[in-house]
Design a protein around this ligand. Structure first.
Ligand code: PLP
Length: 385
């Protein structure tokens, strides 16, 4: 028989308590989710700013569909690039104070595209150990030399860069430092200003994946580059901005290069223009409604203050709060017990996180209220302690 690995690998996945199955969500609105006919408080959503289902965004989506259509009907280089796309790009450039911006179908695609385009033979990619799968896959598929540095260990990053400088001969080397702004599974932040300083010192490019920072970090939600100069910012629309797709903000020459050489950009249909139009509205709301960010911070502090000190919480100033349990089975058990109490939290297990660091990944959104957080903290204390 051929393809026996299909069954074999699934069996092994089950034996390791790593088996994954999808749950069909019947309804999802802000703080609640309905699954299998039962309603839960949802602490697994990436809708950090609570913008999903926003009336004005829905209205913009409909307007966009009527004016530009639901489909781009072509790649951006053929006839897929519309006024809706251009106008969204311009808004993002203004928001992040960047000269150029290009849209991609997803964050996964954007990261893969960028690593492939930048990672030619002359390139060394310095990746934080906890970088997203799409960055790792993109880097591995490129022709670059890859160097991983320990999570947020800027001292090690500096040493690696200095060492490589003395080792390389006269030939051209292009260094790029890659990190997430807010880390997806730990919720902690990169030391963005140190990274920028190190990049400058070594003439490296700084690339940040702001999937979890956009909308959440900064006075106007502009993310990790709010207070620091970052060369390239990638962020997705599918989290705090409550639509779908992604952008890369960069300088003119890189944007020009992408339009000419990025296979992901050239050979993929442009994102739905209706959705681009809707995303303009969500960015407008994300910028002006700072109360949503304040609320996330207040509720996060409340959660931290209410959890018993037996609970191993990773400190974070973002929406993401990781509670490390350890092995897969115990983590699944905790999730099951919380589910019985009406709380929806998905267990995060290897290979998404390192072995023996299976965890609950609690996301706090501006749709939650203090009562929700108190209830969550009480339930976690009861189940874990
Ligand atoms: C979600 C995520 C992505 C992928 O973005 P999509 O638009 O969902 O494909 C990339 N990087 C990080 C850090 C993410 O969390």
């Amino acid at each position: 028989m051929t393809f026996e690995f299909l069954k074999h690998d699934i069996k092994q996945q089950k034996a390791r308590a790593r088996y994954r199955a999808r749950q069909c969500v019947a309804e999802q609105s802000g703080r609640e989710v309905t699954i299998n006919g039962k309603q839960y408080l949802n602490f697994s959503s990436n809708d950090y700013l609570g913008l999903n289902h926003h009336r004005e965004i829905n209205k913009a989506l409909q307007e966009g569909a009527e004016r530009f259509g639901t489909c781009a009907s072509g790649s951006s280089l053929i006839t897929g690039y519309s006024y809706a796309h251009q106008s969204l790009e311009n808004d993002i450039c203004e928001w992040l104070n960047k000269p150029k911006c290009l849209l991609f179908a997803s964050g996964f695609s954007a990261n893969t595209a960028m690593m492939q385009v930048l990672g030619n033979k002359t390139c060394h990619i310095y990746l934080d150990k906890l970088s997203h799968a799409s960055l790792i896959d993109g880097a591995l598929a490129s022709d670059a030399k890859i160097k991983r540095f320990l999570h947020n260990d800027t001292a090690q990053l500096s040493r690696l860069l200095s060492k490589s400088q003395t080792n390389t001969s006269a030939e051209e080397t292009n260094n790029i430092i890659v990190s997430e702004g807010v880390f997806s599974m730990d919720g902690d932040q990169a030391k963005v200003s140190s990274l920028a300083q190190i990049a400058k010192q070594h003439q490296a490019m700084l690339y940040l994946d702001d999937a979890h920072s956009i909308g959440v970090v900064g006075e106007k939600g502009q993310g990790s580059s709010a207070n620091t100069e970052v060369d390239v910012v990638m962020a997705t629309f599918g989290k705090a901005l409550a639509t779908s797709g992604a952008f890369v903000a960069c300088d003119e020459s890189l944007a020009d290069y992408l339009i000419n050489f990025s296979r992901h950009y050239v050979y993929s249909t442009a994102i739905s223009p209706a959705l681009a139009w809707a995303t303009k509205k969500s960015i407008e709301l994300a910028q002006k409604e700072h109360w949503r960010r304040i609320k996330i911070q207040e509720l996060s502090l409340l959660l931290m203050s209410k959890l018993s000190n037996k609970v191993k919480l990773i400190q974070s100033a973002s929406s993401i709060h990781a509670i490390v349990i350890g092995d897969e089975t115990s983590t699944l058990n905790v999730c099951q017990k919380l589910r019985e109490k009406g709380i929806w939290l998905t267990a995060i297990r290897p290979p998404t996180v390192p072995i023996n660091s299976s965890r609950l990944r609690v996301t706090i959104t501006s749709s939650h209220n203090a009562k929700d957080i108190n209830y969550l903290a009480n339930c976690i204390n009861e189940v874990i302690a």
